[in-house]
Design a protein around this ligand. Structure first.
Ligand SMILES: CC(C)(COP(=O)(O)OP(=O)(O)OC[C@H]1O[C@@H](n2cnc3c(N)ncnc32)[C@H](O)[C@@H]1OP(=O)(O)O)[C@@H](O)C(=O)NCCC(=O)NCCSC(=O)CCC(=O)c1ccccc1C(=O)O
Length: 283
């Protein structure tokens, strides 16, 4: 079968997990794909701390599930992917949860999306704005509908994301463009986003899900280990020593599967000297 063979004609049959009870998000699964949906369309899918905690839980679930190979992050409805932090519950030093504690917990979610070892695809219809724009940015790929609109609003609403929101943005679209996005708080349509490398492709809204699923199916046919290590390698320089640690952890994980590493473990458990003589020193 050719590597790009398309099976996009077959619609996906999403199944909701029976054992989850999220209030702000949906978690569905099919064919090795987990689909995580921010489900607050009445506020253009703005997130509150509880939303972010549920997203963290859902991404952890998808990470740990061996049946999941690719994850889609999206927003409910056609009007928005996500409009960032819910300004109605923004308090003195963060976003207030129902117990009254104030958080900036989306930063933890950003790190989780980058470090979990499976491709994460942002499926964007409508607005990806503010912290919602940064969420699509930290995903590995972005598929945009032709009605998508992108932008930052921080300097207008009294906020900024000086982490991935600035640094990864600059690496993605270039420093001048990233400064324009943050300093002017303009919105960009899908074709402008494509031209600046902010998204991977733009499709008609009616084809958004089919195209996203098709890309996921293509990745599911590829080597999961190769994709895993490639994802870590793309983060390695950006994320400094934490990125190198992530990449290196994959090397350790692969080494553990070898007879050579297992000889070390077995020798310790059998209280003998390890015998590494039978393992060749490769050029
Ligand atoms: C997204 C819009 C451009 C959509 O415009 P439009 O289609 O015309 O719809 P509206 O009529 O404006 O909105 C419909 C309805 O939704 C409400 N709403 C929309 N967005 C939000 C929001 N973010 N918070 C709360 N409510 C929202 C809107 O008020 C309407 O409600 P009604 O009751 O019907 O009036 C437009 O809506 C828009 O511009 N929205 C605001 C975008 C914005 O400024 N977002 C916040 C950016 S700052 C941010 O996200 C920081 C959070 C963050 O990620 C972060 C960064 C750095 C460190 C930590 C953090 C962190 O942890 O949070």
């Amino acid at each position: 079968m050719p590597s790009d063979a398309s099976s996009s004609a077959t619609p996906v049959q999403w199944q909701s997990a029976a054992d989850v009870d999220y209030a702000d998000i949906l978690y569905q699964q099919a064919e090795g794909i987990a689909r995580i949906t921010i489900n607050r369309p009445e506020v253009r899918n703005a997130f509150r701390p509880e939303t972010v905690n549920e997203l963290i839980d859902a991404f952890h679930r998808a990470h740990m599930d061996p049946a999941v190979g690719v994850i889609i992050l999206t927003g409910a409805g056609d009007l928005a992917f996500c409009s960032g932090g819910d300004q109605r519950i923004r308090g003195h030093e963060g976003y207030r949860d129902q117990a009254g504690t104030e958080h900036l917990n989306v930063l933890e979610l950003q790190r989780q999306i980058r470090t979990l070892p499976k491709p994460v695809v942002a499926m964007v219809a409508g607005y990806a704005i503010g912290g919602g724009h940064v969420l699509h940015l930290v995903c590995d790929l972005t598929i945009a509908a032709d009605n998508a609109r992108f932008g930052q609003t921080g300097p207008r609403v009294g906020s900024f994301d000086a982490g991935f929101g600035a640094g990864l943005m600059a690496r993605t679209v270039g420093v001048k463009k990233a400064k324009e996005i943050w300093f002017l708080c303009r919105q960009y349509d899908a074709s402008e986003a494509l031209a600046m490398g902010l998204v991977n492709t733009v499709v008609p809204l009616a084809e958004l899900e089919a195209t996203t699923v098709d890309w996921c199916r293509q990745m599911l046919r590829l080597s999961p280990t190769a994709l895993r290590i490639l994802k870590a390698s793309f983060n390695a320089d950006t994320d400094g020593l934490a990125g190198i640690q992530e990449l290196a952890g994959n090397a350790t994980g692969l080494f553990y599967t070898t007879d050579e590493a297992q000889e070390g473990r077995d020798a310790f458990l059998q209280k003998r000297q390890p015998d590494f003589d039978r393992f060749r020193r490769r050029p």
